[in-house]
Design a protein around this ligand. Structure first.
Ligand code: NAX
Length: 329
């Protein structure tokens, strides 16, 4: 058997934490042959709940689970980790200014960047889930200069999977036959879910769906607003789908995307491809091989798409400016 990999989950006592820890322990993230040691971090008020999650993980007697660390100490949590899934953060509450939320998250991600930089295993792969996900990932990157920028990413795979799910429902074709949708930009309501290169059962999605008005209107809005729709229905934000998508993100990154060249969406440090702003974490179509992601190049972009890609990029530049302002204070 392979030696165990250490996986950090921050905010592990929360909703997504409760969904993702059992998935990781069952091999949904690193595969069915890879033992794991879970490192769970949360904050003092959640300490008891975190202990409870640890008890349940032990009670489930997972064959792949080689150990559980549950702690409120970031340095202890980050020690030796091969993968870091950053779910903990400060959510925006009613009546709060954007800047107040940003400054709380800047403080959290600055501190956790330092703990990761000090303790993580060489080559540690980082996935930021907590919102604002792209900008939290950027703050982490800015404050962990020894971690290569390409190892720091954010989650837009949930948005990607939501787009796949909508096309599968609409066409009546199973989601495994829906390929190459793209989420561009920010994990926010400005994201651009793009179906222009998507295929359903090997045929262009636009041809199969046969309704451009739907694809250019309702489809985009449903994907952009899906998080809000889940909150309305459940009274709680998406948790199992976020957890599952985070596992997909890391699994594809570590074990590779399909050999047929089909791609997935990941928030990665932008090199300016497709006119995206450089120096922000922007969601692109990527393929992964040997533990490395590569932005898919050469896709044709029409004017309507370019305008949407620019709008979401502009929002990320604004968020970055706000984050830097908070960092400087
Ligand atoms: P919960 O509020 O249920 O859990 C968050 C947990 O983080 C809590 O247990 C809290 O104590 C902990 N926490 C707070 N500060 C911490 C710190 N400094 N260190 C460690 N832990 C800390 O939220 P949940 O529903 O699990 O969502 C977690 C985050 O994911 C939120 O920021 C949310 O906005 C974000 N989401 C991102 C998504 C994405 O696709 N990128 C989708 C789902 C989700 O909305």
């Amino acid at each position: 058997k392979a030696p165990p990999k250490r996986i950090l989950v921050t905010g592990a006592a929360g909703q997504i934490g409760y969904a993702i820890c059992p998935m990781i322990a069952r091999g949904a993230m690193l595969g069915p042959d890879q033992p794991v040691i879970l490192h769970m971090l949360d904050i003092e008020p959640a300490k008891q709940a975190l202990e409870g999650v640890k008890m349940e993980l032990i009670d489930a007697a997972y064959p792949l689970l080689a150990g559980v660390v549950a702690t409120t100490d970031a340095e202890e949590a980050c020690k030796g980790v091969d993968v870091a899934v950053m779910v903990g953060g400060f959510p925006r509450k009613a009546g709060m200014e954007r800047k107040d939320v940003m400054s709380k998250n800047v403080a959290i991600y600055k501190a956790q960047a330092a703990a990761l930089e000090k303790g993580a295993a060489a080559g540690c792969k980082v996935l930021v889930v907590a919102n604002p996900a792209n900008t939290n990932a950027l703050i982490l990157k800015e404050n962990a200069p020894s971690i290569p920028a390409e190892n720091i990413t954010c989650l837009t795979r949930l948005d990607h999977n939501r787009a796949v799910g909508q096309l599968a429902e609409r066409s009546g074709v199973h989601n495994t036959k829906v390929k190459n949708v793209i989420i561009w930009g920010n994990h926010s309501s400005t994201q651009y879910p793009d179906v222009n290169h998507a295929t359903i059962d090997g045929k262009p999605a636009r041809e199969v769906i046969g309704n451009d008005e739907y694809l250019d209107g309702e489809f985009i809005q449903v994907v952009q607003q899906r998080g809000a729709a889940i909150i309305k229905a459940r009274g709680l934000s998406s948790a199992l789908s976020a957890a599952s998508s985070a596992c997909d993100h890391i699994r594809d990154w570590v074990l590779g995307t399909p050999a047929d060249g089909s791609y997935v969406s990941m928030g990665v440090y932008s090199d300016g491809s497709y006119g995206a702003p450089k120096g922000v974490i922007y969601s692109f179509p990527v393929t992964c091989k040997d533990g490395k992601w590569t932005i898919v190049q050469g896709l044709s972009i029409d004017d309507k798409s370019a305008a949407k890609m620019k709008a979401t990029g502009d929002e990320l530049v604004e968020e970055k400016a706000l984050a830097l302002e908070c960092l400087a204070e």
